[in-house]
Design a protein around this ligand. Structure first.
Ligand code: BGC
Length: 512
């Protein structure tokens, strides 16, 4: 498949509004086990703003946006300004009835030099945010890296391309555990390391924009799409494992926390019943999920990858394999869409290949195209169950947090996001089916709590339960219909679902 459609699937963008019109059964949290955690999330670069304030240094995303690389030319310099508005946001979370908030720590805010001195203002901000959450009984679920490595480390040694990242990432994590671990017990080391390797090092659509011809989504000045995605993944796995080992040895007995990694998951279905398409679907699952899950669970890459990538796939030493294997308490998954797969084996016979050619499948668009023209099958909430059942049967049913699930809509001032409500309700239904069928899923987080700076399409598309007015310097929040719906779900008022919604344009909190 072409790079453009890979980019498209990574954007998970603007699925046609109204595709999911009439809805199914309305659920509430009582349908789930009592200890099941419900939350919503954001990430540091996307939500905080205050990009040059209080000693924060640039991350690779600041460099990227300031170079005008976004499709809408935007930056996240101010974004939703959570850095200044965290108290208001935490109050909204409380009013909504969230159990948990998933956010990430900005490495360049906490340690502007990448390693060494801690920024007291950065420390203060995350301490305040955590304390504010705990004041309302909201659990913090913290990610350490959400695509935003400090630019200084990129400049110094090439960031995730170098094994030197393992040491620096471990030192950064050590500081986070030491400073926040008395109050934070859920840690995810990396957000979507698989998407990062593909987007940043195969097609170059994410910073640091590495790719090589003819595989780039754009012309990259540096990169090697045949090798770098694999090297970066290897370093991410080693860095994750090193952090997990540190936590286990130094903090776990005292802090009693859990550590995991969060991968981007698609559900893939064969486009036909042909044997080749069924095998291609397995290959897609191996390349997409197994790339990380096989090392984490079994200590090595999937055989299909070894076969197709050959010597370009780094190998684990015995010692590394032992370190990586089992280095998690839970797996985080981000899940948005399902894609039909057909075989494209001949692409693995090309002399030069990138990650996608190595996977040698086609992402098939055999359905009404979505608003963005992407090869996404519409109305596939069952994909959630598909992914969870697959993890259950293929990877020993580890505890899973669904760290992201959400629905993109074009930004408008209209608060009636009925398409989002129907989408979320449908995915929750299939999450529940998976749980009832024995999946070890433990929690679910909607992306995103408020509108944020969206990767690649900036402020043109939104996922927020709360609308943020990015044209107003105060960045006011207003509850969308989905905020009311989620609050009703959480407060067990399922009968309050409104089929033909009316929400006041003045509405503020989901509790109003
Ligand atoms: C990422 C988020 C992003 C969301 C919506 C996920 O892949 O983790 O950072 O905003 O998708 O595109």
């Amino acid at each position: 498949m072409g790079s453009l459609s890979l980019l498209g699937t990574l954007l998970i963008t603007l699925v046609g509004v109204g595709v999911l019109a009439n809805k199914i059964h309305q659920l509430n949290r009582n349908d789930f086990p009592p200890d099941f955690v419900f939350g919503a999330g954001t990430s540091a670069y996307q939500v905080e703003g205050a990009s040059a304030e209080d000693g924060r240094s640039p991350s690779i995303w600041d460099t990227f946006t300031h170079a005008g690389e976004m499709l809408d030319n935007s930056t996240a310099d101010v974004s939703a300004d959570q850095y200044h508005k965290y108290k208001e946001d935490v109050k909204l979370m409380h009013d909504m009835g969230l159990d948990a908030y998933r956010f990430s720590i900005s490495w360049p805010r906490l340690i502007p030099g990448g390693r060494g001195a801690v920024n007291p203002k950065g420390l203060e901000y995350y301490n305040n945010l955590i304390d504010e959450l705990l004041k309302y009984g909201i659990q913090p679920h913290v990610t350490l890296h959400h695509f935003d490595i400090p630019q200084v480390l990129e400049d110094e040694y090439g960031g995730w391309l170098s094994e030197r990242i393992v040491r620096d990432f471990t030192m950064y994590a050590d500081i986070c555990f030491r400073e926040f671990g008395d109050r934070v017990t859920y840690w995810s080391t990396l957000n979507e390391p698989n998407a990062f390797s593909m987007a940043a090092y195969d097609i170059g659509s994410f910073p640091p924009q590495h790719c090589s011809s003819p595989y780039g989504f754009r012309n990259c000045s540096v990169g090697n799409s045949s090798t770098e995605p694999y090297i970066v993944t290897h370093n991410q796995l080693l860095a994750h494992a090193s952090v997990a080992q540190l936590y286990k040895k130094k903090y776990k007995s005292k802090q009693q926390g859990q550590i995991g990694m969060t991968i981007l998951t698609y559900w893939f279905v064969p486009n036909t019943n042909k044997t080749e398409d069924i095998a291609a679907t397995q290959r897609a699952l191996d390349f997409m999920h197994g790339w990380f899950l096989n090392p984490l669970v079994f200590g090595d890459y999937p055989d299909t990858m070894k076969e197709n990538v050959g010597p370009r796939l780094p190998s684990f030493s015995k010692c590394q394999s032992a370190l990586v294997r089992g280095s998690f308490d839970f797996i985080g998954i981000n899940h948005y869409v399902t894609i039909a797969i057909s075989d494209n084996s001949q692409s693995a016979r090309n002399d030069t290949r990138d990650y996608m050619k190595d996977m040698s499948v086609l992402f098939v668009s055999n359905s009404t195209p979505s608003a963005s023209g992407l090869p996404i099958l519409p109305d596939t909430p069952w994909g959630m169950q598909g992914v969870l059942e697959y993890i259950k049967t293929s990877y020993g049913n580890p505890p899973v947090f669904v760290h992201e699930n959400g629905y993109a809509m074009p930004y408008t001032r209209d608060l009636n996001d009925i398409g989002r409500v129907n989408y979320l309700n449908g995915y929750l239904e299939y999450l529940l089916r998976a749980v009832r069928n024995g999946s070890n899923a433990k929690g679910y987080f909607i992306w995103s709590f408020v509108d944020v700076f969206e990767l690649l399409f900036g402020y043109k598309g939104t996922y927020g339960l709360y609308e943020v007015d990015f044209n107003d310097k105060d960045r006011p929040r207003r509850a969308r219909l989905s905020a009311h719906w989620y609050s009703n779900f959480l407060k067990k008022k399922s009968n309050l679902y409104i089929e033909e919604p009316t929400v006041s344009s003045k509405s503020h909190s989901a509790n109003d």
